[in-house]
Design a binder for this molecule. Structure first.
Ligand SMILES: Nc1ncnc2c1ncn2[C@@H]1O[C@H](COP(=O)(O)OP(=O)(O)OP(=O)(O)O)[C@@H](O)[C@H]1O
Length: 509
């Protein structure tokens, strides 16, 4: 085995946090290498060291057997390392071609150079079956296509080692399958891939070897062919994971949320939601399943008061929701929270947290008025104590409320958002993709929290593209396609083929 990358005793700390401690492992050339571990285990930090974004405090990094000092990302790119980040680094209002040329050229672009680059991009797209038009504008592309642009950019820059940080978190099942095809072609060309993912099935499907990290250290390195999901989960979390969580019998109570005749059109009169109607009762979890981009996000925006519908009726506990007073630009409405409606938004970075605020300040966002003392002032001592308690209960790591939340790993940010909304003791909980980018141990604990809420009588509306999640949590399932509800199933009727057909818009005749 010829190593493409070798980590020797790599360590990195941020203040008191030891993100990587004495990391040792090797990635074989021409292989697909999986990197797994809990949120905050140190995977992104290690890959950021390889990509020249961070400098290690100690240890050596070897590429093709040679020790390399990678001082910045330009050097990493020059050494043939490419990285596709969780959040794409693309300029939305520019074309694919301009995005690829950006940063590689600098200054003015000659027309001739543009046309040769365009031709080269078309050739790469054909070779790697990347379905991307070099002249398309980024903002017109789907998430999957934008990711292909990121990969195209790396191949154009002659990357031999491609690092993908949770690439499938935002992809549909079909998009994931086509990404894996591209990765296999990449491997066939003798190139090396590092895949960070929380989805253990993907590890089994596509990788050759896996390294498991926990608490900044490597705790296991195995050949994929000789391992299993259970073994990997055990290594990651240090205990077995429960697949079927217990729940109280299904006893739905009074209607909590009644939605009828909901329509939404955009400025160009395109119908985004058509005739949405359903009732959600206390003590039940209704899941909305569907391929992302079929109106689920818009529906959640309306239900959480972030967006106005074109028409339709919404009732909460038998009374109309106060929509007429609102304008689109108002942001998260406090009065919804006062009514007892909590919201875990699907895009936690955009709508769930203020990145530059501390963890502590984020734990009171939206509920700040409730936490003032009788003189109308914040009692910071009490807020800090509440935050410390919350971090303990929800296992937020590191448990430091003064840290800017943007510095926590994605999964730990999500735990803070969920803790904040659960602690508000809502009557209705709107939950969008609660476990996106979250490790399996944390998924288990988030699922337990949601089931406990349901058992205590809270009405929960869950939007999830993960059918496993829908199956684990839902009492009833509504399937959405093209802005409509195409079918409804009870959990006993759960059937992936039937749901798949409804997700594709096939109505039951
Ligand atoms: N710039 C930073 N400043 C301070 N702490 C940081 C910084 N970057 C990462 N950390 C901390 O280092 C630890 C490792 O984080 P890292 O992002 O590498 O984990 P991860 O395994 O990639 O997690 P996830 O699966 O959630 O993405 C975490 O405790 C995190 O809070």
């Amino acid at each position: 085995m010829q190593p493409a990358v070798e980590f020797r005793n790599i360590s990195k700390h941020f203040g008191h946090v030891k993100a990587n401690t004495d990391v040792n492992f090797t990635i074989a050339k021409g292989s697909i290498h999986g990197l797994v571990g809990e949120n905050g285990a140190g995977k992104s930090t290690l890959m950021s060291i390889l990509y020249g974004y961070y400098r290690a405090d100690g240890g050596d990094l070897l590429l093709d057997g040679q020790v390399q000092q990678i001082r910045n990302s330009q050097e990493a790119i020059r050494l043939g390392i490419g990285m596709v980040h969780q959040h794409f680094m693309l300029v939305e209002n520019m074309t694919v071609l301009d995005n690829v040329m950006l940063g590689t050229e600098g200054g003015f672009q000659l027309a001739r150079h543009r046309s040769t680059t365009e031709a080269k991009l078309r050739e790469i797209c054909q070779r790697y079956r990347l379905d991307v038009d070099p002249l398309a504008t980024i903002s017109d592309l789907s998430v999957g296509a934008q990711q292909r642009v990121e990969i195209l950019k790396q191949i154009y820059r002659s990357a031999n080692i491609l690092i993908l940080d949770e690439p499938t978190a935002v992809l549909t099942a079909q998009e994931t399958a086509s990404l894996f095809e591209i990765l296999r072609l990449f491997k066939e060309q003798g190139k090396t891939i590092v895949l960070i993912t929380h989805k253990l099935q993907e590890i089994l499907d596509i990788t050759d070897t896996v390294t498991v990290m926990r608490g900044g250290r490597v705790v296991g390195a195995v050949a994929t062919a000789g391992t299993s999901k259970e073994e990997l989960a055990n290594m990651m979390v240090g205990r077995p994971i429960e697949n079927n969580l217990p729940r109280a019998p299904y006893k739905p109570g009074a209607p909590m949320l009644e939605v009828s005749g909901l329509q939404l059109q955009d400025a160009q009169q395109v119908k985004l939601l058509t005739d949405i109607g359903f009732t959600l009762r206390a003590g039940e979890i209704v899941a909305i399943a569907g391929v992302s981009g079929n109106g689920q996000s818009e529906l959640m925006e309306i239900l959480s008061g972030m967006r106005l519908p074109t028409s339709g009726q919404l009732r909460f506990e038998g009374k109309d929701l106060p929509f007429a007073k609102r304008s689109d630009a108002d942001g998260l409405p406090l009065e919804f929270r006062e009514l007892g409606i909590a919201h875990i938004p699907e895009d936690r970075l955009r709508d769930g947290v203020v990145k530059s605020f501390s963890v502590m300040h984020n734990t009171i966002l939206g509920y700040q008025d409730k936490l003032k003392n009788r003189w109308g002032l914040f009692d910071f001592k009490a807020i800090a104590a509440r935050c410390a308690e919350l971090m303990k209960t929800f296992d937020v790591r590191p448990a430091n409320g003064d840290l800017r939340i943007g510095l926590l790993s994605g999964g730990n940010q999500q735990k803070v958002v969920i803790a904040r909304e659960v602690l508000a003791q809502p009557k209705l909980m709107l939950v969008g993709q609660p476990t996106r980018g979250v490790d399996i141990g944390t998924i288990e604990s988030i699922h337990k929290q949601l089931l406990a809420l349901r058992d205590s009588g809270v009405a929960i509306l869950l939007v999830s593209v993960e059918l496993e999640e829908v199956r684990a949590l839902a009492d009833r399932i509504l399937v959405m396609c093209g802005g409509r509800i195409t079918g409804e199933l009870k959990i006993e009727e759960f059937d992936t083929t039937r749901i798949g057909l409804l997700m594709g818009g096939m109505h039951k005749s």
